[in-house]
Design a protein around this ligand. Sequence first.
Ligand code: SF4
Ligand code: F3S
Length: 104
Amino acid sequence: TYVVTENCIRCKYMDCVSVCPVDCFYEGANMLVIHPDECIDCGVCEPECPAEAIKPDAEPGLEKWLALNAEYAKTWPNITLKRDPPADAKEWDGKPGKEGLFDP
Ligand code: SF4
Ligand code: F3S
């Protein structure tokens, strides 16, 4: 499966939802997650994310983010249409410590 990671927080560009063939993105207040049981591992979303926040779960160190994706995909609403990202998305891109700003 692919996993949405820290840099999505407050960037939330949503380009990813436009390309997913199985519509497996779920929307929280300031980031999206991928449902690990629905993702078919096609990989097309990874290069679409301007924040480079989407990674294959085979990458080391992503266990925490995989668990977060799995947990919140169960309760957050499905999102299939891209909207405008936050006005300050660019300013947040690459900022360290965004994990603490996660808004469930
Ligand atoms: Fe969707 Fe493919 Fe990305 Fe999985 S890897 S979330 S199926 S676009
Ligand atoms: Fe987040 Fe990137 Fe999608 S910033 S909303 S994973 S395009």
